[in-house]
Design a binder for this molecule. Structure first.
Ligand code: ZN
Ligand code: FE
Length: 242
């Protein structure tokens, strides 16, 4: 129903290219860069019609202007960050529906990493694009938001169905998993997952997308008992040296 392509760029970023094959509509999620995205679209014969930005950080919007100049695409991003998002055309808020050809995504407001951070949820396709909010076994750093905001944002995301495919914006899985084992070493699902992750990363295989079921079972930030434990874990992670 959707073709979803992973484009690894920079140190550990993933740009996602999402093609709706019936209409041909194609969205780029969080283009850090333009060139690899334009190349990938050309190889697949896809014409980029949209950019969806989750937040304003340069490694998520850096390709906006050049992709728009090359394709004429329409750029959508969070209202609260519109003044920081290059070449933005349309702003969205929580609950808004974004159309991509024959499919739609719901905007979910998930502040914490930045003040206006959005996620895009394609419910019929079980696909969540969550930028730097939820990572495999981790979550985004609190640059602009509070621990309480991030805790509430993660709660919104973790209420999505088990089979939701989670497309986050970074390959942080190995270092996140080391921290997860440090705080939750008795978690059998986590131990098994980490064995798989280590094997994949040795061969430079991507660990993303993950699933909501797997995150609920192994992510120490979702498994925190309450907001205080979440906040303590987030602080501990910031200085953790695996
Ligand atoms: Zn970021
Ligand atoms: Fe990022």
């Amino acid at each position: 129903m959707l073709n979803i392509l992973r484009i690894p760029v920079l140190q550990d970023n993933y740009i996602w290219l999402v093609n709706e094959p019936i209409s041909g509509a194609t969205a780029v999620i969080d283009p850090a860069l333009a060139e690899p995205v334009l190349e990938a679209a050309q190889i697949h014969g896809w014409h980029i019609t949209h950019i969806l930005n989750t937040h304003w950080h340069p490694d998520h919007v850096g390709g906006n202007a050049a992709i728009k100049a090359a394709t004429g695409c329409h750029i959508i991003g969070p209202l609260a960050e519109h003044d920081k998002i290059t070449a933005i055309d349309e702003t969205v808020i929580d609950g808004d529906i974004v159309e991509l050809g024959k499919v739609t995504a719901r905007v979910i407001d998930v502040p914490g990493h930045t003040a206006g951070h959005n996620a895009y949820y394609f419910a019929d396709n079980c696909a969540l694009f969550c930028g730097d909010t939820l990572f495999a076994m981790g979550c985004g750093r609190l640059f602009e938001g509070t621990a309480t905001e991030m805790w509430q944002s993660l709660a919104k995301l973790s209420s999505l169905p088990d089979d939701t495919q989670v497309y986050c914006a970074h390959e942080y899985t190995l270092s996140n998993g080391k921290f997860a084992l440090h705080v939750d070493g008795g978690n059998q699902a986590l131990i098994e997952r980490m064995a798989e992750v280590v094997a994949k990363r040795v061969s430079n295989i991507a660990t993303i997308p993950t699933t909501m079921a797997l995150e609920r079972a192994t992510n120490p930030f979702l498994l925190a008992k309450n907001v205080d434990e979440f906040a303590a874990r987030r602080i501990a992670k910031d200085s953790f040296k695996g």
